[in-house]
Design a protein around this ligand. Structure first.
Ligand SMILES: [Zn+2]
Length: 106
């Protein structure tokens, strides 16, 4: 299912693993970091077709995880907290501080 860290395979694996764990073990706490959309935004731009497609995949994955809690009969005892790891905008220039520091250091 996984192809290194390539998306969407990595997040598909993470989601499938979470669903399997919820169904088999009903853990008290599950923390998941889905990075598909972030990766697509970094690689293709915030408003790119790839980022929008990743957002739709993200929505499906969250829905599958919520459904898993229903199937495992723990939905009513579950609180879902969804966070973004950072805000993001497209940029046209990048400053590579390490190159500057290397030049300054000689
Ligand atoms: Zn990022």
């Amino acid at each position: 299912m996984r192809q290194g860290i390539k998306q969407p395979y990595l997040d598909d694996l993470v989601t499938a693993s979470a669903i399997d764990t919820i169904l088999k073990h009903q853990p008290d706490l599950t923390l998941i970091h889905l990075v598909d959309m972030d990766s697509m935004r970094h690689a293709h731009g915030v408003q790119s077709d790839e980022a929008h497609a990743a957002l739709k995949r993200h929505d499906l994955r969250v829905g599958q995880i919520i459904q898993a809690t229903k199937d495992a009969h723990v939905y009513d005892d579950t609180a879902f907290v969804l966070l973004g790891d950072h805000f993001q905008i497209d940029v046209s220039k990048m400053i590579r501080l390490n190159r500057i520091l290397r030049i300054v250091a000689g």
